[in-house]
Design a protein around this ligand. Structure first.
Ligand code: TRP
Length: 340
């Protein structure tokens, strides 16, 4: 299928290229993106420039995950005929817009941004915050507005970044007296964040508690084996708890047979169901979900030129779109223009 030129609502979202995508990404956003691509014009940004804002010491990691994540996109069913996949660092208009937008936000406002505050803490930068990191919300405002996106599917933790974007949009529009930029809204998934297999709140590669979309059957099985359940549920006959029991959280997230899940929960609570039975079901469900994704990944691996071409073509198309927005913003601001 081809991307038509009719006025479909525009979606932009992206991923920092710091590691392969995992099940948390799948329930949190990839599944939605696959569904939304049919009814929206969707752009997916391989956010390597943003990834560098806290990985300047490790550019190789940022580089290597570009193809990795693009392959994940295609493997889960992103159709490059419907969705444009593009590489952030190769869209110079994004950097130009960032430089202009930086003048419409204060350092104090960036320091107050709740997402940034949390992330600075988590990374223990202390007093050594890279300027690029503090300012990445401005770059993200450039990403969103350059594509004229009105819908940004992101996790709840990113909502303050969309608010920051809209503040910049309003300030610029007010300054120039026309609506040169559009505000966007965050589309936050209804399902909560998927915990790591160890029961920690967040599945993340750096915590070693994630199941990658490209996990092998053996890796899946091992991760399910060590999944956190109810520590007080020792014998199968003991009554157990399903709240905070990761095995059941995963069944809620991935098992389509909701009746069967409710039935298992009831039996577990009552006593008489062993963890191994629950885990066996989790393993079955995850193996069934990931097998076709892995198969598509293998097919894509046989043709590396294909993935590269998808990125090249998507980036070329995006270059024109983002350059047009840059021209609009420069003109609206009334900057000197050399028409060459
Ligand atoms: N901040 C996003 C993340 O952490 C990645 C990202 C970069 C993004 N630019 C974006 C998301 C624009 C939505 C819109 O993964």
């Amino acid at each position: 299928m081809q991307i038509s030129s009719t006025a479909l609502p525009i979606i932009l979202t992206g991923d920092r290229t710091t590691g392969p995508l995992h099940l948390g990404h799948y329930v949190g956003s990839l599944k939605n993106r696959v569904a939304l691509q049919a009814t929206h014009r969707q752009y997916l940004l391989l956010a390597d420039a943003q990834a560098l804002t806290d990985n300047a010491h490790n550019p190789g990691l940022v580089r290597d995950n570009v193809l990795e994540i693009a392959t994940d996109y295609l493997a889960v069913g992103i159709d490059p005929g419907l969705t444009t996949i593009c590489l952030q660092s190769h869209l110079p208009a994004l950097a130009d817009l960032t430089l202009l937008y930086l003048n419409f936000v204060t350092v104090a406002r960036l320091e107050r941004n709740p997402t940034i505050k949390d992330e600075i803490q988590a990374r223990s930068f202390g007093r050594d915050i890279p300027a690029g990191f503090l300012c990445y919300p401005v770059a993200q405002a450039a990403d969103i507005t350059a594509f004229k996106a009105t819908i940004v599917p992101v996790g709840a933790d990113q909502a303050p970044l969309i608010e920051q974007t809209n503040e910049i949009v309003r300030r610029i529009n007010r300054q120039v007296g026309i609506k040169v930029l559009s505000e966007a809204r965050a589309l936050v998934p209804r399902v909560g964040r998927l915990p790591g297999v160890d029961g920690k709140a967040k599945m993340s590669k750096s915590q070693g508690n994630a199941i990658r979309l490209s996990a092998t059957p053996d890796e899946i099985q091992k991760a399910v084996q060590r999944m956190f359940t109810d520590p007080y549920h020792i014998r199968a006959s003991d009554p157990g708890r399903v709240e905070g029991n990761v095995a059941f959280t995963y069944l809620d997230a991935f098992d389509e047979d909701h009746m069967a899940v409710e039935d298992m929960k009831a039996r577990y609570i009552r006593g008489g169901m062993g963890d191994s039975t629950v885990k066996k079901r989790v393993d079955e469900v995850l193996q069934a979900l990931l097998a076709p994704i892995r198969a598509r990944r293998h097919a894509l691996a046989r043709d590396p030129g294909y993935v590269l071409n998808v990125i090249k073509q998507g980036t070329a198309r995006s270059r024109d779109i983002t350059a047009a927005t840059l021209r609009d913003v420069r003109a609206a601001l009334g900057l000197f223009t050399l028409n060459y």
